[in-house]
Design a protein around this ligand. Sequence first.
Ligand SMILES: NC(=O)c1ccc[n+]([C@@H]2O[C@H](COP(=O)([O-])OP(=O)(O)OC[C@H]3O[C@@H](n4cnc5c(N)ncnc54)[C@H](O)[C@@H]3O)[C@@H](O)[C@H]2O)c1
Length: 440
Amino acid sequence: MGCQIEAATVADVLAEKIRSRRARVGIVGLGYVGLPLAVEFAKAGFSVTGIDVSEEKARRVNAGDSYVGDIPSATLGPLVDAGKLRATADFDAVKELDTINICVPTPLRKTKDPDMSFIVSACQEIARRFHPGMLIILESTTYPGTTEEVVRPMLTQPGVEVGRDFFLCFSPERVDPGNPKFQTANIPKVVGGCTPVCTEMGRLFYSQALERVVPVSSTQVAEMVKLLENTFRMINIGLVNEMALMCGRMGINVWEVIDAAATKPFGFMPFYPGPGLGGHCIPIDPFYLSWKTKQAGIEARFIELAGYINGQMPHFVVDKVQNALNDAGKPVKGSRIHVMGVAYKRDIEDLRESPALDVILLLRQRGALVTYSDPYVPTVRLDGFELAACPEEAASIADCVVIVTDHTAFDYGALVDRSRLIVDTRNALKGIVSDRIVRL
Ligand SMILES: NC(=O)c1ccc[n+]([C@@H]2O[C@H](COP(=O)([O-])OP(=O)(O)OC[C@H]3O[C@@H](n4cnc5c(N)ncnc54)[C@H](O)[C@@H]3O)[C@@H](O)[C@H]2O)c1
């Protein structure tokens, strides 16, 4: 009974701080996920401290100088000036915080095993400064069970109980960089806690700054939600990529097929083929799931198959380029090839896992002289060499142009006029009829 009274007290104190926006909010990891989240809570009136191992990022945040495309410096600066948002590389800030969202990277190792080292090192730092009454939410994408199996034991100290003395949740991050319609504030936020009180604390917290919160019954459900979403996307992209390979062999325009299929008002959702998967999520997250399920004796066969097909796409693109050049009477060796767009998707600067990097490497391996244009990426460093972006006009001296990323800033009309041969992997030249265009 005494315990229950105490439980209500710790939870009530924190809940009241959250409702009154006096809770001191901490965001660990100020990248594509963490910085926008920090900004939303600062906008909602909380005092927010960002903690990042990068002193350079902390310095830039404190100078109001944004390095994340979706956050203009004009938004960040006034929040910093008003004292609502500050950043530091010193974890001692944790001592003063009431809530912490962990938004650190979760890459895969070369062996496709999850790399938990960033989560572990962030949790070690937090555990050293832990104090009762905190709400801690893991947001990094990870395998189901991480919050319970990795984070909870690190934070639970003798005599300290989760759901009573502190509150622990998982909430998957769904941010879609470069998406003008859906950003951190209006993307529904799923949250699941270790106990019902934890879930309620997570729901209360997010509902102060975000439009819609979706509570679920456990951290494992919340972890699996993210993996279902990204696996769904990865497998459907694998399916359309395989369709593209089939259509290519049969001389059918896969883009026209998808557009026509998408007129079905129910039971179909269009996905589009491309040069391969990119970014921090879709090529990586499903392998977190397959790694975990392997331990339970279940092979994630859809994931492995889609991973294989998607991984073949850069090779397929390079074969297309080689065939197109051969048809024009040129060998790929010694040809000048100009890549349009190297970011992993349209209108962003993120190069992580970008298929353009594979395309460039494969073309160079075949002896091509490769250049590129990308308004968002000034240089590309790869396996011991570096390329600097060229103006779009460089396409005019290329033997073949490959559109890998369909940035809206490119002048596609001018590109068609100035290019001898174009391989279009994104249907960026939709509607333009020319025998100099080869489509995926
Ligand atoms: N970028 C996306 O579109 C996206 C979307 C959904 C989910 N996610 C997931 O969110 C998580 C973060 O992704 P991101 O894109 O923001 O990564 P990011 O690399 O842009 O940012 C991570 C930040 O964490 C910092 N960091 C690394 N180790 C740290 C530590 N121990 N303590 C404090 N800071 C540390 C890094 O310096 C970096 O600034 C990942 O798990 C990712 O899978 C990303």
